[in-house]
Design a protein around this ligand. Sequence first.
Ligand SMILES: *[C@@H]1O[C@H](CO)[C@@H](O)[C@H](O)[C@H]1NC(C)=O
Ligand SMILES: *[C@@H]1O[C@H](CO)[C@@H](O)[C@H](O)[C@H]1NC(C)=O
Ligand SMILES: *[C@@H]1O[C@H](CO)[C@@H](O)[C@H](O)[C@H]1NC(C)=O
Ligand SMILES: *[C@@H]1O[C@H](CO)[C@@H](O)[C@H](O)[C@H]1NC(C)=O
Ligand SMILES: *[C@@H]1O[C@H](CO)[C@@H](O)[C@H](O)[C@H]1NC(C)=O
Ligand SMILES: *[C@@H]1O[C@H](CO)[C@@H](O)[C@H](O)[C@H]1NC(C)=O
Ligand SMILES: *[C@@H]1O[C@H](CO)[C@@H](O)[C@H](O)[C@H]1NC(C)=O
Ligand SMILES: *[C@@H]1O[C@H](CO)[C@@H](O)[C@H](O)[C@H]1NC(C)=O
Ligand SMILES: *[C@@H]1O[C@H](CO)[C@@H](O)[C@H](O)[C@H]1NC(C)=O
Ligand SMILES: *[C@@H]1O[C@H](CO)[C@@H](O)[C@H](O)[C@H]1NC(C)=O
Ligand SMILES: *[C@@H]1O[C@H](CO)[C@@H](O)[C@H](O)[C@H]1NC(C)=O
Length: 583
Amino acid sequence: MRSFTIAWVGVTSVLCGWGNAQLFNSRWFNPILPGFHPDPSCIFHKPDETFYCASSSFNVFPGIPIHASKDLTNWRLIGHALNRKSQLPVLAESVGSTSGIWAPALRFHNGTFYLLTTMVHDKRADNDSSRWDNVIFSTRNLWDESKWTDAVHLDFEGYDISPHWDDQGNSYIVGSHAWKIAYGIHLNKVNLETGELLGDWTNLWNGTGGIAPEGPHIFKKDGWYYLMIAEGGTGLLHMETIARSKNLYGPYEANPANPILTNANTTEYFQAVGHADLFQDARGQWWGVALAVRSGPEWETFPMGRETVLYNATWEEGAWPRLENPIEGEMRGWSLPAIIQHLPGDGPWVDQGDNSLRFQPNTSIPPHFVYWRPPIPENYAVSPPGHANTLRLTPSNLNLTALDGNSPGPGGQTFISRRQVDTLFNFTFDLDFAPTIRGEEAGITLFLSQNHHARMGVAMLPLRNSTKIAPHFHFHAESYIPVPADVVVPVPTSWLNTPLTLSLRTVNVTHYVFGAGPADGSAPVKNLAYVGGDIISWGFTGALLGAYATTNGGGNGGAEAFVTNWRYRGWGQVRENWNGTGI
Ligand SMILES: *[C@@H]1O[C@H](CO)[C@@H](O)[C@H](O)[C@H]1NC(C)=O
Ligand SMILES: *[C@@H]1O[C@H](CO)[C@@H](O)[C@H](O)[C@H]1NC(C)=O
Ligand SMILES: *[C@@H]1O[C@H](CO)[C@@H](O)[C@H](O)[C@H]1NC(C)=O
Ligand SMILES: *[C@@H]1O[C@H](CO)[C@@H](O)[C@H](O)[C@H]1NC(C)=O
Ligand SMILES: *[C@@H]1O[C@H](CO)[C@@H](O)[C@H](O)[C@H]1NC(C)=O
Ligand SMILES: *[C@@H]1O[C@H](CO)[C@@H](O)[C@H](O)[C@H]1NC(C)=O
Ligand SMILES: *[C@@H]1O[C@H](CO)[C@@H](O)[C@H](O)[C@H]1NC(C)=O
Ligand SMILES: *[C@@H]1O[C@H](CO)[C@@H](O)[C@H](O)[C@H]1NC(C)=O
Ligand SMILES: *[C@@H]1O[C@H](CO)[C@@H](O)[C@H](O)[C@H]1NC(C)=O
Ligand SMILES: *[C@@H]1O[C@H](CO)[C@@H](O)[C@H](O)[C@H]1NC(C)=O
Ligand SMILES: *[C@@H]1O[C@H](CO)[C@@H](O)[C@H](O)[C@H]1NC(C)=O
């Protein structure tokens, strides 16, 4: 078993220098998009020599982040394909912790970038077909997110749609379904501008026998149509397989060497490798991305969920592609693309920290901040009158769990967050909050979903053996597995009527601690509750770290919470098997 290693913050890639980089082999570190960035789909765009990746966002808004890179290792957030509620209003009503936006496919054709994806609704009893809302977004300018179109709807009872164009200019989509109505991979001719289907669905292939054949992409090369898909489900048995045909409509023959990419049945730290995409750099070298989970085969603690990894590939003329296996934290391959030009834009790097954000007047909410479903805009304000340099949160009636742990409920949840992108990190902000009515609460949270999270708020609750109410620290967690008991302790008298620092940090690879202290530093931050990352190691999404405000159903409570000095600092990225000792 290999030893535990940490790559320290800032050391995210090893560049080979400018200009002649292609002379050397290189190494890079996975994941390239750490944290909640699953189901990647990436392209190399020749005109600006830039790589672009899209990833799934489920209920999070803004949704479908687009990252750009010149060198495949340093990735900048340049916008979100889904950035206006009006593009897809139904996301606001999404029911289910793993509903919302599933796997996107990003492609460029004839001057336009296309983003095909599926808005998944709650599964309604006996009507699977009401679940799948396939949509197309497009833009001619990836760098201006306001240019993305509204969703164009397309009728397909499945998910993971991806486009293909033939030499005559016809457009097609392939999509998948893991069960029932449309089992396997299906193709149709389509008008991508209107979503109109132009033919009948053809079932191309069902994969090699793994469950859930999905995530298809078609590549045409050397007179062959290659159909690459994921199988095995997005857990320990996940894998990528491929088939090919001389005819778009088949029949497709499977590669005898399948699966072409998997970490299944290994002891690797990166597991669940699959849902892949392939592209060539400016020199014609092949690269690929996939999702992977840093869990080890134990599959117990993986709070960041499914992340994006990079590998090199070889695809010789007339031959099947070979993808570098297994996926590891440190990979070696051919040289990374040289940085001829620096990447434009001012969006944050994917692994960037937050250095005391103060929400100054006339600034916007940072581009990497996300809400759970499209927000009610009035509930958030940067530097409102009388509270310069703060972010104001107006409480929602419902708390983070809301009514049933799955539905939005009226008024939504007031909650704003960023992704956890490091195994080890410190996250803090200062909270100015003066609750007066029972149930009023504002706090800090480690959030996967409404029914999988831990939170610690300052909450107005009755003092023990008393009818009086007073601010308490209230820790509460929810999961599908047992959680630590609630912690309810009165806020110390000397800390009342003063801003508090709320803290959430990792204590080791598996555990987090919530803490609080006076923001003026007159006393140290006190640890109040520990929780394991296993309680949010579930489903398809990844950890969010954020602030919330609620009245806990308390009707007329309305105390606003003012957040400032928002800090997120990563201090360790675990990329190899971790055997349970040490940090
Ligand atoms: C875990 O790894 C550490 C560091 O390499 C080593 O000292 C220790 O013996 C290992 N423990 C087990 C149980 O394998
Ligand atoms: C199932 O849902 C679809 C889409 O909403 C609808 O068209 C269809 O009528 C429903 N079928 C049944 C049996 O309710
Ligand atoms: C490419 O786009 C142009 C302008 O939008 C359009 O006129 C043309 O028909 C398109 N060509 C193909 C092959 O789709
Ligand atoms: C895929 O599976 C379905 C359901 O079992 C079957 O009807 C169909 O023939 C299979 N398709 C192919 C291409 O093998
Ligand atoms: C992993 O092992 C399981 C159980 O033996 C087997 O069903 C599966 O095909 C294996 N997967 C791979 C990719 O080797
Ligand atoms: C990846 O790159 C390494 C180093 O250049 C090479 O040895 C290996 O064959 C490549 N892997 C594939 C699948 O092409
Ligand atoms: C913020 O913008 C308003 C209106 O655009 C302007 O009047 C005000 O001076 C600006 N404040 C600061 C601090 O820049
Ligand atoms: C959260 O809200 C739900 C529904 O409004 C309520 O039943 C529950 O008691 C609240 N939780 C806490 C800790 O107040
Ligand atoms: C994280 O927080 C702990 C406890 O407050 C502190 O000791 C440590 O220095 C912090 N680390 C970083 C990198 O900020
Ligand atoms: C609160 O009341 C309970 C029973 O009513 C009693 O056992 C307990 O000692 C009291 N606690 C305090 C702190 O007064
Ligand atoms: C990690 O921290 C938790 C909470 O303090 C503790 O219970 C656990 O033993 C620690 N794990 C290791 C391997 O040190």
